[in-house]
Design a protein around this ligand. Structure first.
Ligand SMILES: CC(C)(COP(=O)(O)OP(=O)(O)OC[C@H]1O[C@@H](n2cnc3c(N)ncnc32)[C@H](O)[C@@H]1OP(=O)(O)O)[C@@H](O)C(=O)NCCC(=O)NCCS
Length: 160
């Protein structure tokens, strides 16, 4: 059983741990050691606490163990990471569905994400389309969007 819930103050170390593990084991295939080290230095537990003040941060938890995280600021997606041993089991899709539903309920017409090289194909699979690329201090980033129109309506329709 997996729950998606808001980040609690005592989750920040676990979330930082999941992100650092992803960066070392997964993203390091696509980015230089220097960029990985910069990202690892950025995503400290303290930074997670700060980010949680600025955005809505969520965790996917299995029996109280954090197995993934994502955050949103309105219709913008940030910090999407899944524990490496849980990759490919639907955790990422579940987290994205959660924040897309919230953005649709808030009336946004589209969702926007900045994707790593590593996650680019994942977002395509979820229906996102490329808008542009950017160079950031963390390397190449793809900006993608997905329409949300009709989603809030679908959710409010009675079943059957
Ligand atoms: C990218 C990431 C978040 C995906 O999470 P996940 O839990 O493995 O994804 P899911 O299992 O929910 O996959 C959903 C669908 O996307 C597909 N998919 C997942 N990653 C993919 C990839 N890199 N390329 C192409 N398709 C991918 C899955 O096969 C699945 O397809 P299906 O519906 O046909 O079964 C995860 O691999 C990760 O944390 N990567 C490292 C960190 C990272 O790069 N984060 C993004 C920063 S922008």
């Amino acid at each position: 059983m997996m729950d998606v819930r808001l980040l609690r103050p005592d989750d920040s170390s676990a979330v930082s741990g999941v992100i650092l593990q992803c960066l070392h084991e997964i993203n390091s295939r696509d980015y230089s050691e220097e960029i990985i080290a910069r990202m690892c230095a950025y995503f400290s537990p303290r930074r997670i606490e700060q980010l949680a003040q600025e955005r809505q941060m969520f965790v996917a938890a299995e029996k109280e163990t954090v197995v993934g995280t994502v955050s949103r600021d309105g219709n913008k997606v940030f910090t999407m990471f899944v524990q490496p041993r849980m990759i490919g089991r639907g955790v990422g899709r579940r987290l994205m569905q959660h924040i897309e539903d919230l953005a649709a309920q808030d009336g946004y017409e589209y969702m926007e994400t900045g994707a790593s090289i590593t996650a680019h194909g994942f977002y395509h699979r979820l229906g996102y389309v490329d808008v542009r690329t950017t160079e950031t201090e963390f390397g190449l980033n793809y900006i993608l969007r997905k329409p949300l129109r009709g989603r809030a309506l679908q959710q409010s329709l009675p079943e059957g």
